[in-house]
Design a protein. Structure first.
Length: 144
């Protein structure tokens, strides 16, 4: 059964972040450049929040605020739901579903070591299921 650490080993451990004082415009620009839907909000090495496209849509656009004048700390989600590397993909899916989040920072002793998205988790579950199907097929057909 795959764990988050397996997903990070496959996808990489890049962490895209910005400071709480950055503007929302800077956050959206960085998300677009990196091709991601969320950024960690960090003060040095300390995780203080997460900002997503959903935050932008609900807390800036729908409120009629200006993205160049609004700061990330005004719209970020905090405290941040985090995961440990030893969680299974199934446990991670349950955590994300329960908390209605699409991105989870992966943390070891308060240090961020990666970020997992719902897409990463779904791919991990599909990979696990394909492996089990393959093994069952091999068993049923006698390894042919």
């Amino acid at each position: 059964m795959k764990q988050i650490s397996d997903l990070l080993n496959h996808k990489g451990r890049d962490i895209w972040s910005l400071s709480p004082d950055a503007t929302v415009y800077e956050a959206i620009d960085q998300m677009a450049q990196k091709g991601v839907g969320a950024l960690l909000v960090m003060e040095g090495e300390k995780l203080v929040g997460i900002v997503s496209e959903r935050d932008y849509a609900r807390k800036v656009i729908l409120k009629g605020k200006a993205s160049r004048e609004t700061h990330v700390h005004e719209i970020m989600s905090s405290p941040v739901i985090c995961a440990r590397p030893n969680l299974t993909v199934e446990q991670t899916m349950a955590l994300m579903t329960e908390n209605r989040v699409r991105h989870l920072p992966v943390v070891v002793e308060e240090k961020v070591v990666g970020v997992i998205s719902i897409g990463d988790v779904v791919r991990g579950i599909i990979d696990d299921q394909e492996f089990h199907i393959h093994e069952l097929t091999k068993y049923i057909t006698g390894g042919l």
